[in-house]
Design a protein around this ligand. Structure first.
Ligand SMILES: CC(C)(COP(=O)(O)OP(=O)(O)OC[C@H]1O[C@@H](n2cnc3c(N)ncnc32)[C@H](O)[C@@H]1OP(=O)(O)O)[C@@H](O)C(=O)NCCC(=O)NCCS
Length: 174
């Protein structure tokens, strides 16, 4: 596979079966594709990107609204999850291209932050840091180094701390 031939673009209606398949094969189960389906139906503000190689969907990434509520205000950013690349296309840079395109697109939408729960070896290369250094924690009991945040707007995020929450569908759709 030649990475330069991989095109990353927004999801279209005809991509839905391919997105299901990529998630199912990458995770070895249907749970993640179910969450993607539920969020697509219930939430207008998702960003769903596909990686296409020679007309086939080989990767997918989803961002959905995530919020940090404090006494006086709630700040809404995005949560990255899930992300999936077909097993035979992994470790070739497709995931990196999906994450970078997503970050670029969300920055343009003036999204203040992106959270992710994932491999601490993978996401720091994109600028994600342990959320706890900003006094931001996950709603779930997860290892400290696995819950990360990328601050895209320092001004909007000044003084923001507390519990960051993904959409409830992540729990309800399981
Ligand atoms: C995680 C995933 C999306 C990464 O996509 P990818 O196209 O393989 O990633 P890239 O090729 O851009 O990046 C490869 C790099 O990520 C690292 N990497 C990939 N998957 C990793 C994992 N599960 N754990 C740790 N590191 C991982 C590799 O070591 C490699 O690092 P290197 O470039 O320094 O060698 C893909 O491996 C996948 O679909 N995994 C199964 C589903 C999953 O776990 N999704 C993430 C949780 S939502």
């Amino acid at each position: 596979m030649i990475l330069q031939e991989v095109v990353v673009r927004g999801e279209q209606a005809q991509d839905i079966p391919g997105i299901r398949e990529v998630n199912r094969l990458a995770f070895g189960q249907a749970q993640e594709s179910r969450i993607v389906d539920v969020l697509r139906d219930s939430c207008r503000d998702i960003l769903s990107l596909v990686a296409v190689y020679q007309g086939h969907i080989v990767g997918h990434i989803l961002f959905s609204p995530a919020s940090i509520s404090m006494k006086e205000r709630t700040v809404t950013g995005m949560g990255l999850a899930p992300m999936a690349v077909l097993p035979e296309f992994q470790r070739k840079g497709v995931g990196t291209t999906l994450v970078r395109t997503g970050i670029f697109s969300l920055k343009a939408r003036t999204c203040p932050f992106i959270i992710v729960l994932g491999q601490p070896q993978y996401y720091p290369r994109f600028g994600f840091k342990k959320a706890s250094i900003y006094h931001i924690e996950s709603e779930w009991n997860v290892p400290d180094e696995a819950f990360m945040i990328l601050i895209l707007d320092d001004i909007a995020m000044k003084g923001v701390q507390g519990t960051a929450r993904y959409r409830p569908e992540f729990v309800e759709a399981v």
